[in-house]
Design a protein around this ligand. Structure first.
Ligand code: F6R
Length: 241
């Protein structure tokens, strides 16, 4: 693993955004997997600014988010579809046909998982996967467990996120939701992975994920086994290394 600590959080965001741009410039028809969350929202802002200042060709670029909340409308501002569409696709002129996402509303999420996998495979698989990390080591919606989840699947929701979504959409407890996500094996099949973390609250888990035992109790620790994984951190996130 190549570990890079930026001099500041601003530089961290810039380095991450530039990785995206380098990938598109090296291979214009790249397939790039994205992640939502606080970490990447700020990176996407810089990416949009860089694109505005110096547009590059995105007509053949294909993007997706590696996970999605199930049983919420796509128009919900907290859906991954909504976030990536507004943070990345619209600002970078990425056409709808090149934005792959599972449906958020369906009566058969097994089929949604298969269709999502098929769409990514039809494009030739993932060239670059950008990942955030949860404070418990989750990547995508793959939470700590006794095994590394395999295949595109629907995990149970992180309880804090679930509470927030219920509150924001006024959904009763009887309304089931989940996290449709690439499994760990699918993430590991990406040709390149970049793990991104900033802030003091990520320092402890970054140490565990990068230097601790490889265990499904810390899903991100599996990235130690990837042959082409880079880690970009800000000074706070790398403070325990
Ligand atoms: C969301 C995703 C999650 C986040 C992780 C970190 O699409 O893949 O695994 O990357 O929860 O989120 P933040 O950046 O909000 O700490």
């Amino acid at each position: 693993m190549k570990i890079l600590t930026a001099k500041s959080t601003e530089e961290f965001r810039l380095l991450a955004a530039k990785e995206f741009i380098n990938q598109v410039q090296t291979k214009p028809n790249s397939v790039i997997g994205l992640s939502t969350g606080k970490t990447t929202t700020d990176i996407h802002k810089i990416l949009a600014d860089l694109y505005k200042a110096a547009p590059f060709n995105t007509s053949d670029l294909c993007v997706f988010n590696l996970d999605e909340i199930t049983n919420v409308p796509r128009s919900y501002e907290g859906s991954c579809y909504y976030m990536i569409k507004n943070q990345v696709c619209i600002p970078l002129n990425i056409e709808d046909k090149n934005f792959i996402m599972p449906l958020t509303e369906s009566n058969n999420f097994e089929i949604e998982c298969q269709n999502f996998r098929q769409s990514v495979e039809d494009r030739g698989g993932v060239d670059l996967q950008l990942l955030g990390i949860g404070t418990n080591g989750h990547i995508g919606f793959n939470q700590p467990d006794k095994f590394f989840p395999k295949g595109y699947w629907v995990s149970s929701m992180d309880s804090n996120l679930e509470k927030r979504v219920r509150r924001e959409l006024n959904l009763p407890d009887s309304h089931s939701m989940g996290g449709l996500t690439l499994g760990i094996d699918n993430i590991m099949q990406s040709r390149k992975i970049i793990l991104l973390a900033n802030g003091k609250e990520k320092a402890e888990i970054i140490k565990k994920a990068l230097f601790g035992p490889i265990t499904p109790e810390v899903p991100a620790s599996v990235l130690q086994l990837h042959p082409n994984c880079e880690v970009i951190l800000d000074p706070d996130a790398s403070s325990e290394l």
